[in-house]
Ligand binder design. Structure first.
Ligand code: C5P
Length: 220
């Protein structure tokens, strides 16, 4: 393997938020910056992988030229791209903060201000990670979990329900971790039940640790 241990491997990564349209000018979104997913993409490329990064709306730019970037807006668009990219993927990493709900109908025209209250009906978006778990052939599948209570238990439940090989738990309770920060503090939980808490470190270093663990688990 040497310096390029992931040469010949295809790594598929989702990153960033998704925006779910309410009308032509408004959407439901979240505060994900995409930084963790971009760091994972850059790291995978530096390890020699062929990388496809499917990302929701973000201002981030890639420095690594060899990453194929596919921009999407909504969960449905991200799902369609993932479905077509997944079959020949070797390692799939879902770092996107996909909206769980979307408006059940998108208004054709900008919704006018009304005196009374306004109701927007929501329906669930496709669970992209669950789909990947259900259609897993030989892929090594990694999910993220952001929990605020019973963190380890909830993350373990997600790992088994979604048929993952590894889950990366990040806590909102830790300063310097989570959305928009340059650093992250994570715990890796493996399919085999290992619980591996990590130090607070730059997202690039978290990405390095992640691939080291993936290589140990899959390509050792
Ligand atoms: O179940 P929960 O949404 O907390 O799981 C988080 C993980 O699932 C993340 O890896 C996220 O990228 C992924 N996910 C997804 N599609 C969704 C919701 C979450 O791929 N609709």
């Amino acid at each position: 393997a040497g310096k390029l241990p992931l040469r010949g491997k295809k790594v598929l990564i989702t990153a960033g938020p998704t925006y779910e349209a309410i009308d032509p000018v408004r959407f439901i979104g979240n505060h994900s910056s995409g930084k963790m997913g971009f760091a994972i993409a850059e790291t995978a490329a530096s390890l020699g992988a062929s990388v496809v990064l499917v990302c929701g709306p973000t201002h981030l730019k890639l420095t690594h030229k060899s990453v194929e970037r596919i921009d999407v807006t909504s969960a449905e668009e991200m799902f369609q791209v993932v479905k077509s990219q997944y079959p020949d993927t070797d390692i799939a990493i879902a770092a996107a903060a996909v909206a769980d709900y979307r408006p059940s109908a998108v208004a054709d025209q900008k919704i006018k201000k009304q005196a009374a209250s306004l109701q927007i009906n929501l329906e669930p978006t496709p669970d992209i990670l669950k789909y990947m778990g259900e259609h897993k052939q030989n892929q090594f599948l990694v999910g993220f979990a952001l929990e605020t209570e019973n963190e380890i238990e909830n993350a373990k439940g997600k790992l088994s329900r979604k048929n993952l090989d590894l889950i990366v738990l990040n806590s909102l309770n830790d300063t310097g971790a989570g959305f928009k920060t340059e650093t992250n503090k994570v715990t890796f939980i493996t399919r085999e039940g290992e619980i591996l808490p990590q130090e607070l470190k730059p997202k690039e270093a978290v990405a390095q640790d992640l691939f080291q663990l993936i290589q140990q688990k899959r390509y050792a």
